[in-house]
Design a protein around this ligand. Structure first.
Ligand code: GLA
Length: 694
């Protein structure tokens, strides 16, 4: 069924033949080509879900001696036992790759983002790269599930230590960890959970960082407090176990309501903007449930975090976690993260920009290399998203509206996808067996991927031009760029603005590749290159025609952020959201995707779910829901001095590696510890006070 023909012949035909005749010769869709073999180097050791952690009281608890000597004995901190919950979360030794650890040392991260502030629940980024992941503790946890067999992958308990379903499956009762405290010593309880839900998720004026909206948990879902440590969910559907994934990072990680609530407009005179900005990056010691607390911020230089003396997780010997006393986030660039991790001046990187693969591999292969580098499955992918809203999302002007109409035309989308030479695109990033031809849709690295269900429109420029003509676009003024039909957008040249995140070289290279290839097709693409934070804002507001975007977890895991697989709610899709009236103008194939995803969310049967995802992939790729650009594997780079790094940890699956490696369990053996702590023997101070305390 493959219809690869020499392009020169096709081009020759195109000159001579009529549009109709050309159509007859256009390359036929086929299945996605087999990707070049690229065996993951780190083999995952699969374990049973319940072998990872449990909640129980232990006979005794320990902490670093200096905490006891300097803070407990002097009355600055209550004794450890009083700071821990009755039954802390206990990591089982058997699941810790190198076993029980020792205290000390620092993990030095490098990040390309910059902090807007600490109000995660109101949508502020802290700069990514694992910084917010480390601050956030969520009801459930999914990142470590990469090591659990697919059939066993119910999310792990976390702030919600257990849960049970009502017999009819419409109610889910969750029991929160009892007696756990925020890093400033204030009790964590159901009020924190309810503040997040009522005043951040449900309040339409607030959107938490990773975009949780009520429909993330199902249309019509409600949540109520039963008592201080019990909350109850009510769902429209029976047993929608899928939503347990939405209760993990990044959509159900409550903030400290005792600090946030007094600033929220419902309980103060603040505007929503004032609430959002009430905790700027300079605000130190923001209370967290995570293992480290921000204590130092120097703009464009570094953010430093110190161990949380109230952290509620321990090892089986009763040692309070984390083992590492300090975390650094150097404020640099994403490319520099790779460079520093292989050079040894940084400790960890997700090697995800193929432009850095060769140099990093070379350095890591040397015997004296300070870090380990291991590739995982092909789970990093990029798509070109077209804005599908024709009913007002982002208030388009006449040209933008005309582009939206084109985006909604299948002939047009086919033209675009067929005009892309994906082999050349991949090789422009890195030569070798890394990149694969990716038509779009589910990543080939997920268990739900089925190649036979993946429709691929092969590269065929002449065929693409014929599709463009079918979409009604002709070059009426002979300048090489097709024009809108007379009457639409003044019959002008078709110009499309492409939104791209300029924090990453890869995003920029891919966007430039799209521009060059579209020019050959006869479409002028203009770059709108913004920082990651501005890009996200433009995306959420619907201010884009097209957008090059790295895939999120829904395409790499399917079960995480599943609602983002289709416009199942007014604000769940990346490229098709509703204007303020909440109405989505779905095309028929999008409605099909929505129906499939809705069914998937409420189906328990694994075979049925596999079948549904095959249908999803077929409808998605046949209709060019997004235009796939490339996909490739990423590698985790980590300094060799760290222990307890699970073998084969993918840099991205349910979440990023910073979550998947379970940093609170990571340690450095005593004889390998570096002298990197900037605030040795110090602990976080009071919220809002500058710096840590002695
Ligand atoms: C950025 C980086 C990723 C990862 C995430 C964590 O997106 O590019 O590699 O570190 O942050 O949120």
């Amino acid at each position: 069924m493959t219809h690869f023909r020499p392009i020169s012949i096709v081009a020759g035909l195109a000159l001579a033949a009529s549009v109709l005749a050309m159509n007859a010769h256009a390359a036929e869709p086929t299945v996605a080509p087999v990707a070049p073999a690229f065996p993951a180097e780190g083999k995952i050791k699969y374990v049973a879900r319940d072998s990872i952690l449990e909640f129980k009281a232990l006979a005794e608890y320990h902490e670093p001696d200096w905490v006891n000597d300097k803070f407990v004995k002097t009355g600055k901190l209550p004794p450890l036992k009083e700071r821990l919950p009755k039954e802390p979360l206990v990591y089982k030794t058997g699941n810790m790759p190198d076993g029980i650890g020792v205290y000390g040392d620092t993990m030095r991260h490098v990040i390309g983002g910059r902090p807007e502030g600490w109000n995660y629940g109101a949508g502020q980024t802290q700069g990514w790269g694992g910084i917010d992941i480390g601050l956030s503790e969520c009801l459930t946890r999914t990142a470590p599930l990469f090591q659990v067999e697919a059939k066993d992958t119910e999310p792990l308990p976390n702030l919600a230590r257990s849960w049970e379903w009502s017999p009819d499956g419409h109610k889910l009762t969750m029991h929160l960890i009892e007696g756990a405290k925020w890093s400033d010593g204030v009790a964590f309880n159901a009020d924190d959970v309810m503040f997040y839900w009522d005043d951040e998720v449900v309040d339409p004026n607030v959107s938490p960082l990773n975009g949780a909206t009520p429909e993330t948990f199902g249309v019509g879902t409600t949540l109520k407090k039963i008592d201080d440590y019990t909350v109850e969910w009510t769902f429209k559907d029976a047993f929608p176990r899928q939503y347990l994934f939405a209760m993990a990072y990044g959509t159900f990680c409550p903030g400290p309501s005792h600090i946030l609530k007094p600033q929220h407009p419902k309980y103060s005179k603040n505007t929503y903007d004032q609430f959002k900005n009430a905790f700027p990056p300079e605000y130190m010691n923001m209370p967290v449930m995570g293992a480290w607390v921000p204590v130092e911020y120097r703009p464009d230089d570094i953010i430093v975090m110190r161990r949380n003396p109230y952290y509620w997780k321990v090892d089986e010997k009763g040692n309070q976690l984390p083992y590492l006393n300090e975390l650094h986030y150097k404020l640099s660039t994403w490319a520099d993260r790779d460079v520093q991790a292989v050079a040894g001046s940084g400790d960890i990187s997700n090697l995800e920009q193929p432009e850095n693969f060769v140099a990093s591999l070379k350095r890591a292969a040397q015997p004296d290399a300070p870090s380990r580098l291991a590739f995982g499955p092909r789970l990093i992918g990029y798509n070109l998203h077209m804005n599908f809203s024709a009913n007002g999302w982002g208030n388009p002007d006449a040209r933008e509206q005309a582009v939206r109409e084109l985006n909604r035309n299948l002939d047009f989308r086919k033209a675009v996808t067929m005009a892309l030479d994906r082999k050349a695109t991949g090789e422009s990033l890195v030569k070798g067996p890394f990149t694969a031809i990716y038509p779009g849709g589910l990543s080939s690295g997920t268990g739900f991927y089925d190649r036979q269900s993946t429709v691929y429109y092969p590269f065929d420029l002449a065929g693409a031009k014929a599709e463009l003509a079918k979409a009604g676009l002709k070059d009426t003024d002979g300048d090489g760029i097709v024009n809108f039909p007379t009457g639409t957008a003044g019959g002008k040249d078709v110009e499309i603005v492409l939104l791209v995140n300029n924090d990453y070289g890869t995003d920029k290279s891919l966007a430039e590749g799209v521009i060059a290839q579209m020019e050959k097709l006869g479409i002028r693409v203009i770059l709108n290159s913004l920082t990651g934070t501005q890009r996200d804002a433009a995306n959420y507001a619907g201010r884009f025609d097209w957008m090059v975007m790295r895939n999120h977890t829904e395409l790499s895991s399917v079960v995480q952020n599943t609602e983002q697989l289709a416009p199942v709610g007014p604000r769940t899709s990346w490229h098709h959201r509703a204007p303020e009236n909440g109405q989505l103008d779905l095309m028929p194939f999008e409605q099909q995707l929505v129906d499939i995803v809705d069914k998937f969310m409420t189906t328990q049967d694994n075979d049925e779910r596999t079948k549904l995802m095959k249908q999803y992939q077929k409808v998605y790729t046949e209709n060019v829901n997004t235009v796939g650009l490339t996909e490739y594997p990423g590698a985790l780079i980590i300094n060799k001095r760290f222990s307890n790094i699970p073998q084969g940890t993918p840099i991205f699956m349910f979440n990023w590696a910073e979550d998947a490696i379970i940093r609170e369990r990571v340690f450095v053996a005593a004889d390998k510890q570096g002298k990197y702590e900037l605030f040795p023997q110090q602990l976080p101070g009071k919220p809002g006070d500058s710096g840590p305390i002695n």
